[in-house]
Write a protein of this length. Structure first.
Length: 186
């Protein structure tokens, strides 16, 4: 999360970020366990599009004037698309609290999907080969109501640690039974 500037004003990215705190049930004791932003790999495509747009803008200078508008328009389109893709990924947040998991996403229209911990039946962590090499994976949630907004969370950094954190929260919440012989926490 970016810091506030010296004058106390928020940067553009800070204004765009979803306000997770306002969605918490603070009076019920809800606390954030983990706020998951997308892995850096999701920004590779927008970055590649920006580089391609820069090459096309460079071509404008060497092409005849009557042909320069074509790469210029394509470059502008690529730049706009790259910004859209980057914003779409930047604004997609997955949050784990001590009571539920929820996802906030969307650039123009914000969507929020919530699943209480009691409804989570199974979490599958999918780690494709590039994900194992670069440290990301995808979560697939099976829940009692099959909420589609939280069915699949893609490009999660450090998926094994995050899966363990979710499992700990579920276990501590008492939703799942304790292992025989296990001493309850004090």
């Amino acid at each position: 999360m970016a810091s506030i500037t010296a004058g106390g004003r928020r940067t553009l990215l800070q204004r765009l970020e979803p306000d997770i705190g306002r969605h918490l049930l603070r009076d019920e004791g809800e606390d954030i366990v983990d706020e998951v932003e997308k892995h850096w790999i999701v920004y590779v495509r927008p970055f590649a599009e920006i580089l391609l747009a820069a090459v096309l803008l460079g071509m404008v200078a060497v092409l005849p004037t009557n042909l320069g508008w074509v790469p210029f328009l394509v470059a502008v389109g690529l730049l706009l698309h790259a910004v859209w893709l980057a914003l779409k990924q930047f604004l997609d947040r997955f949050v784990v609290t001590n009571m539920r998991v929820f996802r906030i996403h969307g650039v123009v229209n914000r969507k929020m999907a919530t699943v209480p911990l009691a409804r989570i039946l199974d979490i599958t962590v999918v780690k494709p080969l590039p994900g194992r090499l670069l440290g990301y994976g995808h979560f697939v949630f099976e829940s009692a109501a099959q909420e589609q907004g939280l069915r699949e969370i893609r490009f999660v950094g450090r998926p094994d640690q995050r899966d363990l954190a979710i499992q700990r929260v579920i276990q501590r919440s008492g939703v799942r039974g304790r292992v025989p012989g296990q001493v309850p926490p004090v």
